[in-house]
Design a protein around this ligand. Sequence first.
Ligand SMILES: NC(=O)c1ccc[n+]([C@@H]2O[C@H](COP(=O)([O-])OP(=O)(O)OC[C@H]3O[C@@H](n4cnc5c(N)ncnc54)[C@H](OP(=O)(O)O)[C@@H]3O)[C@@H](O)[C@H]2O)c1
Length: 316
Amino acid sequence: MTISFIAAVARNGVVGRDGKMPWRVPGEQKGFKAATMGHPMVMGRRTFESHGLLPGRRHIVLTRDPDWSADGVEVARSVDETLFLVGDQDFFVTGGAQVWALFAPYADRMVLSEIPLEPEGDTYFPGWPLTDSPTWREAAREPHDGWTVLTYERRKPRAQVEVGPRIAGSAEAGATEIKAGASCAIGDGERLLLTRREDNGLWCLPGGGAEVGETWSEAAVREAREETGLQVAVDSVLSAYSNPDVVIVYPDGRRRAIFGVCFRAHVIDGTAGTSDEVTESAWFTKVEAARLPIIPAHRPLVRAFFENDSATTIFD
Ligand SMILES: NC(=O)c1ccc[n+]([C@@H]2O[C@H](COP(=O)([O-])OP(=O)(O)OC[C@H]3O[C@@H](n4cnc5c(N)ncnc54)[C@H](OP(=O)(O)O)[C@@H]3O)[C@@H](O)[C@H]2O)c1
């Protein structure tokens, strides 16, 4: 899944005034239409109300108002819920400023039409200008007659993994209902450690449910130790994902997707063994792993591990 921001930004960072865009640049909107057509669009309630329904695209509108609805629109009340609704599809965050700021840690790419004007405004693109940004690098620059399309990509890799939020644990927060899974893609040069599950005979990455009070990486390290006997250390987040098949519905109607976080990790000590849950553990190359029966949820993680890729992450 690729999360892209798309926006038209004046040279001074302005994106809006009085609920509208404070310029008209003939032809510029065609690029927006071509890029977003067929993809879900995620936007704030104010942005939606400024233009209404646009044909050919899913509209997912963020609002905190439990009574808000509009024809042809899916309503989301949080980032979690938005990600759950979108599933695995690539999508665009089309604004405005509040919603771009909300999704900034998740975005992979930004497609920005820079408008060579300096209008007065009341809404600004977050973090503008992106020149010299530690997070974003300019990947392409395409001049048009009256605007320039700048494409930015997130710089990789991310390595700060120990600072993830602790899984909340108070009964008042209803946090005992939160399901969070953590796993380790343990690498040994060219090979990956996989374990065979006792319950269904399929192969998977060592991992399991995180416990209240743990960080995601602490949970992943503990699970790897319990399942294989190995002492491991995490290196970076390989992927943080939600499971679109399972969702928790709170009594007030809020829904939360189940999250999993998979870390790249390496062995500090020990030899991979077995446990109550694991009947075998073994190291596999990319070609060998491709032939194994691996649990469906872990297939993309195994692929990402060997492709030296990282899926969308939720922590900086
Ligand atoms: N130049 C461009 O490319 C471009 C693109 C889009 C928009 N714009 C401009 O940007 C301006 C609108 O931007 P904006 O920043 O004022 O508003 P916005 O991001 O479009 O919408 C803000 C609304 O989103 C909802 N929201 C925000 N954070 C939320 C959260 N954490 N959870 C749930 N809902 C949340 C709230 O809705 P409720 O109040 O209903 O709770 C909030 O009032 C307009 O001037 C528009 O023309 C420009």
